[in-house]
Structures are given as C-alpha cells and as structure tokens.
Design a protein around this ligand. Structure first.
Ligand SMILES: *Cc1c(COP(=O)(O)O)cnc(C)c1O
Length: 217
C-alpha cells in the first residue's frame, strides 16, 4: 500500500478526539511529501538535526514534533521552529529549552516524558517526580508544559500495556485542569488502539504509515 493509503487506513481508525503524529524518522523527504499531499501536517522525528534538515526542505506549515531523547547541545537547531517537544525527561532539558526559547524570542511547548514501562532502557521522569517539576514551572518562563508523554512496555500482554497507559492517564488527569494541560501523547503502531481507549490525545505512528524502518540504509 502507498503512504497515502496507509495514512488513510490509520486515520479511519482514530476518533475525532485523537490527533495523528506521523513519525517519519529515517524516512526520505519524498515519503513525507506524499503524506503532506494527503493532508498530513504533524510529523514526528527523534533526531534534532534530521528534523531541522527536513524542516528546511519541506513546506513551512508542517508542525514538527521532537519525540526522541533531547541532546541539549542540539536544542539551538530546533528552537526557532519546533512545535512540541515530547521527550523532556530531565530538568536540564527544561533549563536549556528555556534559554533557547528566550533567545529565539518565543515560547516552546513541551510534554514531560514519564517512565511507565517495565523496561529500564526507556527515558523519562518517574511518576512521583512530576509534581515537583510542575511546582517549579515558574523557573522556565519561556517553556510551556502542555501535558505528558509515555511509552508502554513492548509486549503482547495487552493488560499490562493498558495498566501502564492508565497510570499515565491518571497522572495527566491530576494536573490537567489546574495546569490547563491538553496533550497526552501515548500510542505507537503496535499499541495505539489501547492508548486511545485509555485516553490518548496524540498518537505517534511511524511504521504503520511509512513501513518498517531500516536503520542500515
Ligand atoms: C519511533 C517512535 C514512534 C513510532 O514508532 P512506530 O512503531 O514506528 O509506530 C513513536 N514514539 C517514539 C518516541 C518513537 O521513537
């Protein structure tokens, strides 16, 4: 199936409450153009420089989502244009985003990435740390926290995935009203239907739209 057809197939399974971020990491700009031509405007990348290169080449009404681990020394390359930084997983990233946003004369929107999976390797704040970060948000006047992001364990055990997404959703609900949060980013190609059932507002879907990634290319 073409990118256009796969995009349509994915969109047809999303409710009107859920936004689609097309995860285009490692994919050539031609495929992003195809998705753009089919109406897609939100794209996700996990490397800052790759995202900046694609931003230069593609139409300027694309909303670029930084979904990967943030290397603070690269923030300057995305500060002028990034739409939403999902992978804020330590306060140092908030410090550096704040400086870069001030310099770029703008506010940068972000999500706090929370570690909900059983795997040790995934990045993120522990759930108990979120309250403290939110309480200190005045320290970063040029950054606006809009919600949370998380990744579930990679497993066929749907009950476990559901427990993890539900935990994130409950944490999100605690701060949603007082903080005016609007974004709960969870769900990827293999688990997004579960994420949507658990209240996801933004799913990040790559391989189901663009095909499997080949990191050796
Ligand atoms: C790669 C990636 C995705 C998309 O994964 P797929 O399995 O291709 O849908 C979503 N979120 C993050 C953080 C990613 O790094």
């Amino acid at each position: 199936m073409s990118v256009r057809d796969q995009l349509r197939a994915v969109l047809s399974t999303l409710g009107s409450q859920t936004a689609l971020i097309a995860v285009s990491k490692t994919k050539p700009v031609e495929l992003l153009q195809e998705a753009y031509g089919a109406g897609q405007r939100d794209f996700g990348e996990n490397k800052i420089q790759e995202m900046a290169t694609k931003w230069e080449l593609l139409p300027k009404d694309i909303r670029w989502h930084m979904i990967g681990h943030v290397q603070t020394n690269k923030i300057k390359y995305m500060a002028p244009f990034v739409h939403l930084v999902h992978g804020v997983d330590r306060e140092k990233v908030l410090d550096e985003l704040n400086k870069a946003a001030k310099k770029a004369n703008r506010t940068i929107d972000c999500l706090l990435q929370v570690h909900i999976a059983a795997e040790e390797t995934k990045f993120g704040f522990d759930p108990e740390e979120v309250e403290g970060v939110v309480a200190r948000a005045d320290q970063w006047p040029f950054v606006r926290i809009r919600g949370l992001m998380g990744m579930a364990t990679h497993t066929d055990d749907e009950a476990q995935v559901e427990r993890e997404f539900t935990q994130l959703r409950e944490l999100f609900e605690r701060f949603k009203a007082p903080q005016e949060w609007d974004t709960l980013s969870m769900g990827m190609s293999n688990d997004y239907p579960t994420a949507i059932r658990c209240g996801s507002t933004h799913v990040r879907i790559g391989s189901a739209i663009f095909g499997a990634r080949n990191y050796n290319e």
